[in-house]
Design a protein around this ligand. Structure first.
Ligand SMILES: NC(=O)c1ccc[n+]([C@@H]2O[C@H](COP(=O)([O-])OP(=O)(O)OC[C@H]3O[C@@H](n4cnc5c(N)ncnc54)[C@H](OP(=O)(O)O)[C@@H]3O)[C@@H](O)[C@H]2O)c1
Length: 187
């Protein structure tokens, strides 16, 4: 069965966007980006909340010339090769290939997808992923915590969800970013 993985790059105080909606402070440097690419390579399907999709869809048309950094070109290929499902009640149509829209997060459909997927499945933004966590659908949570406090904004992890976690991997990077990967083991 394919795992459902929530990944986020967050501030040390646990936000994916600050009170002004900015997340430029979360941009990975080449070292983190290369590590991220290796984590993303096995992903066959991305499940996106509409807001996260809108921040990711520029990868569909990103220039991939030799003048671009290798980590960007690598990620572009990984992203374009994967299927995407966008959850939205307002988006009329997707603007990338291999993409369909779902109007509801149906836990049984996601369980079925996990049963039938050859590749891993990723879920993001925080709002959509929080619902999937509350429904007991998420198997692994991967956090990149950056050396910054932003004091508020959009929380990476949901309120009102109680779950036990097992630390399965960790890494530190020269920028001060720390990677923590947890398996969700039950309530
Ligand atoms: N830290 C970083 O590296 C980083 C990177 C990228 C983005 N970000 C930030 O992270 C934020 C992530 O977004 P988010 O957590 O606010 O939202 P999100 O989960 O990406 O998207 C929320 C939207 O998804 C749709 N949705 C949610 N639940 C649904 C359901 N059950 N059924 C159908 N549709 C559903 C709704 O879209 P509709 O309103 O269309 O119905 C909802 O408004 C972005 O806004 C951006 O600011 C951070």
């Amino acid at each position: 069965m394919a795992p459902l993985i929530y990944s986020a790059i967050a501030s040390l105080d646990g936000y994916v966007a600050d009170p002004g909606g900015n997340f430029d402070w979360a941009a990975p440097d080449d070292e983190v980006f290369a590590f991220l690419n290796d984590l993303e390579r096995p992903i066959g399907t991305y499940l996106y909340g509409r807001r996260m999709y809108q921040t990711m869809v520029p990868w569909e048309t990103m220039r991939t010339g030799e003048d671009q950094p290798a980590v960007l070109r690598d990620f572009t290929e990984i992203w374009r090769a994967a299927d995407k499902i966008v959850y939205s009640r307002t988006l009329p149509a997707p603007s990338s290939a291999r993409t369909r829209i779902e109007r509801d997060l149906d836990p049984s459909a996601i369980r079925q997808l996990k049963e039938s997927s050859a590749g891993e499945i990723s879920i993001g933004g925080a709002e959509l992923a929080g619902q999937a966590m509350a429904a007991g659908l998420v198997d692994e949570c991967r956090l990149f915590l950056g050396p910054v406090l932003v004091g508020g904004g959009k929380r990476a992890l949901p309120d009102d969800v109680r779950v036990r976690l097992e630390l399965v991997d960790e890494r530190r990077f020269s920028s001060g970013v720390v990677y923590l990967s947890y398996r969700l083991t039950g309530r």
